[in-house]
Design a binder for this molecule. Structure first.
Ligand code: CUA
Length: 357
């Protein structure tokens, strides 16, 4: 219609149109094939290692199949229309105006409605199956804290930093955050659940393949978000019982050692938990300089904050380091000791530091 188009030779214009169409189709086909090859050769996720994961993968496969069919049909119509109804050489007339087509509109409303209803019902069924409680289920309480995971087995009264579960047994997870919002994710299980402060969220996992799989935090929760990881070990029931027993024994041994010689246990804890890396303390042979020197802390602790005993002050300084900043020092102390230090070790550590007169 415009001057420059008319001044071009019609034959050249036509050749250009066909070439660019072919190039566009070739790029589309190449990208499609490349995507399929990458998806087959290097899958984004490993095989599902939980019964829930198998159900979710099946649902995902069906959804992907439906989406692919819709894509192919819609793009097919589009391609057909471009080729069949594209502007013919030398045709400068306007297209025929079309105002609505009731039959077509009913079809393209009804078909997607049926497809979405189908996927919705299927999803509902999968979710209901995942959340169906089993009689022999094992309950584990999961605590999230900046930046670590803690697992508590209430029946055995055992706390660990690694999740162990028996093969083929449903595990009921009750999740809670101690600070900000985190998200519990086991990619191999396809299970992801937000973890909130002041609210318990729940989910179910059933390990169906023996092995060790990463537990990941998948909600940006602060500077240490990317290192907030643990692992889940799926093992035979015998191995699981053995592991539980070993955790119980370790707990008793630590308690016994602390009861026998609290000061030695406290000194050991001081070095085991890395206090020595940043603090100087003569009796522990520690020379760290990033934090305040702790010689004589047992004397100072009782008089630093009015109304707070030496024991309370030391305990608070370990668990909530930002609460009692010593002048001249930066806020560098890890905030996860409440999670990492066992109650027995904390007790021993506090007793040991209180004796530093
Ligand atoms: Cu916790 Cu990210």
């Amino acid at each position: 219609m415009s001057q420059p188009t008319q001044s071009n030779a019609p034959g050249d214009q036509r050749a250009f149109d066909n070439t660019s169409k072919l190039v566009a189709i070739a790029i589309g086909v190449l990208a499609g094939v490349a995507g399929i090859v990458v998806g087959i050769v290097k899958p984004f996720l490993s095989d599902a290692a939980s019964t829930q994961g198998v159900l979710i993968d099946t649902l995902f496969g069906i959804t992907l199949g439906v989406a692919t069919a819709v894509f192919v049909i819609v793009q097919g119509f589009l391609l057909y229309s471009i080729i069949r109804f594209g502007r013919q050489e030398g045709d400068e007339t306007d297209a025929v105006p079309v105002r609505g087509n009731v039959r077509l509109e009913i079809v393209w409303t009804a078909v997607p409605a049926v497809v979405i209803l189908f996927i919705g019902l299927l999803s509902y069924q999968v979710l209901a199956e995942i959340e169906q409680p089993k009689a022999d289920q094992l309950t584990v309480e999961v605590k999230a804290i900046q930046y670590a995971w803690q697992f508590y087995y209430p029946e055995q009264d055992i706390t660990t930093s690694e999740l162990h579960i028996p093969l083929d047994r449903q595990v009921h997870l009750k999740l809670r955050s101690q600070d900000v919002i985190h998200s519990f994710w086991v990619p191999a299980f396809r299970i992801k659940k937000d973890v909130m402060p002041d609210r318990v969220t729940e989910t179910y996992i059933t390990g169906s393949e023996l092995g060790t799989y990463p537990v990941v935090c998948t909600e940006l929760c602060g500077a240490g978000h990317s290192v907030m990881r643990s692992q889940v070990v799926v093992e035979s029931d015998a191995d699981f019982q053995e592991w539980l027993a070993s955790q119980g024994v370790a707990k008793q041994q630590a308690a016994a050692a602390a009861a026998a010689d609290p000061l030695a246990a406290g000194k050991q804890a001081f070095n085991v938990y890395g206090c020595n890396a940043c603090h100087a303390l003569t009796s522990a042979g520690a020379v760290g300089a990033l934090g305040p020197k702790l010689d004589g802390i047992g004397t100072r602790a009782g008089t630093t904050v009015a109304g707070q005993s030496a024991e309370e002050y030391i305990k608070a300084s370990i668990l909530k380091p930002a609460a009692h900043m010593a002048p001249g020092f930066a806020d560098l102390m890890p905030k996860d000791y409440e999670l990492r230090v066992t109650p027995a070790d904390l007790d021993a550590l506090v007793k040991y530091l209180m004796e530093e007169k």
